[in-house]
Write a protein that binds this ligand. Structure first.
Ligand code: G
Ligand code: G
Ligand code: MN
Ligand code: NA
Length: 253
């Protein structure tokens, strides 16, 4: 019935899980980090995809609570991984409302301190939409996050409406090339041109580049040849529950 009410309940009953998708160094082909991705198993609906419940949660303040849960959960897991994998990093998705929330930065600082995780091991993925909704507040929050030592990444890069000038205005470290370009770049020369341009732009602005949605060996080969730093996608590794993600790290590092 009311999905929002069910989601609220899920948050308090611990029916949410964070899965982890490896971020792979395209030079060495070894995992260098994980992106935390939320999963909800509803007793009545079964597994609900984030594509369904995140937009719903984003319409209300529930996304702020969900985001806090993911930050706590992901950071706790990272604290368990770091002694064995000291160079590992964790990427987390941050919704527009979360970024603009006035308690967000102190909360991030608090969680890092509580879990004993260095800020440099955490990367927050923001969308262009999140930055452009209220650019002054966003820029302010982002500068504060940088002061903490957290890394900032632009998720779904290339799909927004903003001008490139925001890349100089906002203190970002990384561009994630949207999977819609990666998925069709070997069929569509225009998509390949976009991928190539983002990698060039990253080089020129000294930003790390990440290709998402790598689904086959040809895409992987092209991205390696173009000098994209990192990759993510089903061809490399799927999002995994925490235990399987730990096994993956032991097997590949
Ligand atoms: O895991 P999947 O590909 O189904 O995720 C779909 C969408 O949900 C993606 O855009 C992803 O960024 C978003 N998403 C997944 N987990 C989180 C999260 O913890 N917080 C936010 N804000 N978005 C998330
Ligand atoms: O918007 P964001 O980049 O956070 O979305 C990440 C989403 O992409 C996750 O839900 C994840 O499950 C999904 N994903 C990861 N790898 C692939 C892939 O190779 N192909 C497709 N179609 N989706 C992927
Ligand atoms: Mn993401
Ligand atoms: Na994305």
């Amino acid at each position: 019935l009311d999905m929002l009410a069910d989601l609220q309940r899920a948050l308090h009953q611990d029916d949410l899980e964070l899965h982890y998708q490896p971020l792979v160094d395209l030079g060495s082909l070894r995992p260098i980090g994980m992106e935390g991705l939320m999963r909800w198993t509803c007793p009545r609906r079964g597994l609900v995809a984030p594509a369904e419940f995140i937009p719903l949660a984003e319409e209300s303040n529930l996304i702020v609570e969900l985001g806090r849960w993911a930050l706590g959960e992901g950071t706790r897991q990272l604290a368990q991984w770091l002694p064995r994998f000291p160079a590992l990093r964790l990427n987390l998705n941050i919704a527009p409302r979360q970024l603009l929330d006035r308690d967000f930065v102190p909360h991030v600082a608090d969680v890092l301190r509580t879990e004993g995780v260095p800020a440099a091991a955490l990367t927050l993925e923001l969308t262009e939409t999140a930055m452009m909704k209220d650019p002054d507040t966003a820029a302010h929050q982002m500068r504060q996050l940088k002061e903490l030592g957290v890394n900032l990444s632009v998720d779904d890069f290339g799909t927004g409406y903003s001008s490139l000038s925001y890349l100089r205005r906002f203190p970002v470290d990384e561009l994630k090339i949207d999977r819609s370009f990666v998925g069709s770049m070997n069929q569509n020369p225009e998509d390949l041109a976009v991928v190539r341009m983002v990698i060039e732009l990253g080089r020129a602005l000294r930003l790390q580049t990440v290709a998402e949605g790598i689904e086959d060996a040809d895409q992987l080969a092209v991205l390696r040849r173009l000098g994209c730093h990192l990759g993510q996608g089903y061809h490399l590794a799927r999002p995994l529950p925490a235990q399987a993600a730990t096994k993956h790290l032991h097997a590949h590092l």
